[in-house]
Ligand binder design. Structure first.
Ligand SMILES: Cc1cc2nc3c(=O)[nH]c(=O)nc-3n(C[C@H](O)[C@H](O)[C@H](O)COP(=O)(O)OP(=O)(O)OC[C@H]3O[C@@H](n4cnc5c(N)ncnc54)[C@H](O)[C@@H]3O)c2cc1C
Length: 300
């Protein structure tokens, strides 16, 4: 196989309704692929990794690029909201700063004008920058398909990522949005990313940290930690979170938690970094994230 065999020919449909998309997916099966920004899909097509006969453009579906705050405090981001929209949105920045930061960390400004939240998540990449942020915010993927009684079902982020390139999306389903519950009261969130350069690269390691006061935790605080690029999927570092709920917040507990996060990681060697370097960087970035979040929590 040539590295770049040239762009294949394919049929293109710009879909008007989610029901039309489901029909096309059911009719064409594996031969059809969904398109949003195309920054993953078109690269894979260009490189000959996949050769869909039909490309269904779903980014113009109604509501797909809306960010909506509901009265009960939820925020729903349409799947086609771009990284730049997400990073600049006042409600996202104010209430889910770690998500805004994750979106802003993706590649370059130009790419972020195309790359969407839904494309980032549906691609199922362990390196997806918004993945850890969506995990710690306990977002819910809104999926549309041929289901009864409702065509819409919600899948918690924690159950969505199944393996490299594999998600809980079923055949004939598309993602229409992500629903974020209100952030915990008094929470502070950050996303720290280490790439090979600052100009825009996939994460060598990405760490999302969310911290908030919680009377039910022995330490009086809970922290959630999400990791990218160090496991077959983006993951939560559950054991590290337990250490943080138990121990008094401060340097000694943060160091122990960062070590637990490193233990949770299952990194591999690849062109971007060795497994050993990635493991060490999980520890460093987690520790840095915890210190920064704690500093802000102490100011509130
Ligand atoms: C140069 C370069 C740099 C990059 N840097 C980063 C980076 O720093 N961080 C990062 O996380 N990613 C990075 N990426 C990867 C990519 O840009 C992101 O994953 C982006 O968010 C994908 O979104 P998209 O809208 O372009 O998706 P698309 O390419 O349109 O789609 C991605 C996948 O999702 C499927 N899909 C699309 N829409 C739906 C839907 N509604 N329902 C179900 N499935 C759907 C598609 O069929 C495809 O398989 C980079 C890519 C390039 C080319």
């Amino acid at each position: 196989m040539l590295a770049r065999p040239g762009f294949p020919s394919f049929d293109y449909v710009r879909a008007d309704t989610p029901a039309q998309v489901v029909r096309l997916l059911e009719e064409h099966g594996e031969a059809a692929r969904l398109l949003m920004g195309g920054t993953d899909l078109l690269v894979r097509m260009r490189d000959g990794v996949i050769r869909p006969r039909l490309v269904v453009d779903v980014k113009h579906l109604p509501g797909m690029d809306d960010v909506v705050c509901a009265a009960q405090g939820d925020l729903t981001a349409g799947a086609a909201v771009t990284m730049n929209q997400l990073a600049a949105h006042p409600d996202v920045r104010a209430r889910y700063p770690g998500l805004a930061e994750a979106a802003r960390s993706v590649a370059s400004y130009q790419l972020r004008n195309r790359a969407t939240l839904g494309g980032n998540l549906c691609n199922g990449s362990p390196a997806a920058d918004t993945g850890p942020a969506v995990l710690v915010l306990e977002g819910r993927m809104i999926l549309y398909g041929n289901h009864a009684p409702s065509p819409v079902r919600e899948v918690p982020a924690g159950e969505f990522f199944l393996g490299p390139g594999r998600t809980a999306l079923q055949a004939g389903e598309l993602m229409v949005g992500v629903r974020f519950p209100p952030p915990p009261a008094g929470s502070v969130g950050r996303y720290l990313k280490l790439g090979r350069n600052r100009a825009g690269d996939l994460a060598v390691v990405g760490v999302a940290v969310l911290g908030f006061p919680d009377d039910t935790a022995p330490s009086g605080y809970r922290f959630r930690i999400g990791l990218a690029s160090v496991s077959p999927t983006v993951i939560r570092a559950w054991e590290a979170e337990e250490v943080l709920a138990e121990g008094p917040p401060g340097e000694a507990t943060f160091v122990r938690a960062a070590e637990q996060a490193m233990e949770a990681a299952r990194p591999i060697d690849d062109v971007r970094a060795s497994a050993a370097y990635r493991a060490a960087m999980v520890r460093n970035l987690t520790l840095r994230g915890l210190r920064q979040v704690w500093e802000r929590l102490c100011e509130i």
